[in-house]
Design a protein around this ligand. Sequence first.
Ligand code: GLN
Length: 313
Amino acid sequence: MGSSPLQTALNEIAASARAREDRGAVASYIPELAGIDPDQFAIALARPGQPTLVAGDAQVPFSIQSVSKVFMLALALGQLGDGLWLRVGREPSGHSFDSMLLLELEKGRPRNPFINAGAIVTTDAVLQGSTPRETLAALLRFIRAAAGDDTIHINDRIAQSEIATGHRNFALAHYLRSHGNLTNPPDLTLGTYFHQCAVEMTVTQLANAGLFLVGGPDVPRPVSERHIRRINALMMTCGHYDGSGDYAFRVGLPGKSGVGGGILSIVPGVASIAVWSPGLNHYGNSKLGTEAMEQLASRAGWSVFGAGERGVL
Ligand code: GLN
């Protein structure tokens, strides 16, 4: 039996990504990530109730970094509900993921939960009343249940590498604390945040873990439909930092990137797509990953902005 048009599309996208020489630059500000081989590429497509399709280096685990902010936000909304919005906003920032600029102007209330300052507040809110160990265990439980895979783990070496060098994040956390928007000591919140960022997954695991955002009868439902819509809205408007508008324009789907080179994108009601290529563009988002999402969305005719036009698959 020949392979499906979607499998063919994934194979072709992976093959053309492999052949590329302009791959972007790997994140070097986290020493443990600086040595990653930039020639790797993988893509996975998960659909409710169907086998997950993969192409490329789909067996290689990578550091999901800021993609973890989606799962921590889901946990925070499930535990705290709308109270979270007293501490963090829902607007794109138009600045880089680790920028301090608006935080001073806006008196310690970060623009959204996906820039670092907002993610640190979100983690701090979940951490309140429990220990880092319990919070990370709850996060891993959430991710493992969403992916249906108990082998997903945290890479402590990568977390320690950021603890030793993440001075900007320490600056953000202390600044938040000075405005009364950090409940726990900065060391505790950041220790938790760095470990959350150091979750490792393959694209297969990540695509499966994103299925809860797709919705439908056959997927786990760890948070309410209302929260799912809101997480997807935030991924669309803020998931790629100052590159979010460009991602919406080119791909047309909610997406969340990480400096490990991973991207998770959701086709609501249809599919969860994960891609990984460690080289980044100037926004700090995966260069070839973004291009692969653009190609797949265009070939399949997937866009939340479409008027029902069908793709070529
Ligand atoms: N752990 C990284 C940091 O805080 C995550 C950033 C990212 O993936 N954009 O700098």
